[in-house]
Design a protein around this ligand. Structure first.
Ligand code: FAD
Length: 380
């Protein structure tokens, strides 16, 4: 595959790199400590077109391809994975889902504001008893004619406290199993909708993760996405693309840690020479560089397949599985290369190591990616 970037793609990459360095880097340690992310930064990302990258210009989006989105995700994630997960959820799950499967009225009402960073969205599938086993939905959306009555709890919802629009997956026809599931658009402030306390996390601490509680929430029928019973398919199709975004996040975390380790290895001296001159360190850098490039190829391949209208389920799962492994390995080695300095916050690599872990868990754990991949290869 030819991954030569166009002028436009190079410009987007540079814009994301500049934004990350100039706007995200200052305060990233403090945001991680305080578990906060000021909404003004989301709005700035919106102004630069990062919140609705693949959304049609008709709905205030940037009208770009998936590869451009992946390039931006990589650059933002090098510096602040909390920012990039907000970008990822809003772009690949919420905006893409609405643009692809929403009605004109839904797009007009929500998409235009989500694309500009005026508001942010959340994707709500996981529950206390339904994570990897997403078919075990206990949240119910009972059909009451012109509306649904929504009851249940969602867990681990990214943007849970800051979002205005929530795409909620719920069971309508229990007897039909996953074919009886619907996806509903829920708005912040609807009666009976409560946001639980913020989770105190290992990594991506700037991103707000909450449980959500629905107590007899009345959701109008026009807020259903797709046909009756389309909800599970909606979630799976949306997540297949979401994985490309998370794979790009993992790639960025790995590349960010590698860049810091490379720089440090040329500055820090032991035994009268820069540590890069010790073969043990040089070989670590060689391994990191090789694996990051391999991960990048997988991520770009998945993005290009999506842009070409091909089935990207397999390539997306491979990209996420591999890039998240590389993120974990690379960040651990980056901490090692920094020695004691790697263990303190000022050098950024310990944060990147903590942030890397989530890429092996959310939007399908590594084990689930292996199920997707093995099913695909065994089918052939
Ligand atoms: C910070 C954060 C943000 C998140 N954001 C969102 C969000 O915005 N929206 C949302 O809906 N969800 C979100 N999630 C939830 C996330 O997607 C789930 O945590 C994830 O899918 C795993 O589900 P679980 O936690 O229930 O683990 P479980 O499903 O209980 O899995 C536990 C372990 O068992 C393994 N396992 C399970 N089943 C199998 C199997 N069949 N074969 C082999 N191994 C298996 C898993 O891989 C894992 O290692 C988020 C989670 C976190 C931590």
């Amino acid at each position: 595959m030819d991954f030569t970037l166009s002028e436009e793609q190079l410009m987007i990459q540079q814009a994301a790199r500049d934004f990350a360095r100039n706007e995200l880097l200052p305060g990233v340690i403090e945001r991680d400590d305080a578990q906060k992310f000021p909404f003004e930064l989301v709005q700035k990302m919106g102004e630069l077109g990062f919140m609705g990258m693949m959304v049609n210009e008709k709905y205030n989006g940037s009208g770009l391809d998936t590869l451009s989105y992946v390039l931006a995700m990589e650059e933002l994630s090098k510096v602040d994975a909390s920012a990039s997960v907000m970008v990822s959820v809003n772009n690949s799950l919420v905006c893409w889902g609405l643009q692809t499967f929403g009605t004109e009225a839904q797009k007009a009402k929500y998409l235009s504001r989500l694309s500009t960073g005026e508001i942010i969205g959340a994707f709500c599938l996981s529950e206390p008893e339904a994570g990897s086993d997403a078919t075990s939905q206990k949240t119910t959306a009972i059909d009451k004619g012109d509306h649904y009555i929504l009851n249940g709890t969602k867990n681990w919802i990214t943007n849970g406290g800051s979002a205005e629009v929530f795409l909620v997956i719920a069971q309508t026809h229990i007897e039909k199993g996953h074919k009886g599931i619907n996806a509903l658009i829920v708005e912040k402030g609807m009666e009976g909708f409560e946001v639980g306390p913020k989770e105190n996390k290992l990594g991506i601490r700037g991103s707000d993760t909450h449980s959500l509680i629905f107590n007899d929430v009345k959701v109008p029928k026009e807020n259903r996405i797709g046909e009756d019973g389309f909800g599970f398919k909606f979630a799976m199709k949306t997540l297949a693309g979401g994985r490309i975004g998370i794979a790009a996040q993992a790639l960025g975390i790995a590349a960010g840690a590698y860049e810091l380790a490379l720089k440090y290895s040329k500055e820090r001296k032991t035994f009268g020479t820069e540590i890069a001159n010790h073969q043990a360190i040089a070989f670590k850098l060689a391994d990191m560089h090789t694996k990051i490039q391999a991960a990048r190829n997988l991520v770009y391949q998945a993005a290009c397949e999506k842009d070409a209208g091909k089935d990207y389920t397999l390539s997306g799962a491979m990209a996420k599985l591999y890039a998240s492994e590389v993120a974990m390995e690379t960040t651990i080695e980056a901490v090692q290369i920094h020695g004691g300095n790697g263990f303190v916050k000022d050098y950024h690599v310990e944060r990147l190591m903590r942030d890397a872990k989530i890429t092996q868990i959310y939007e399908g754990t590594s084990e689930i990616q292996k199920i997707v991949i093995s099913r695909s290869v065994l089918k052939d």
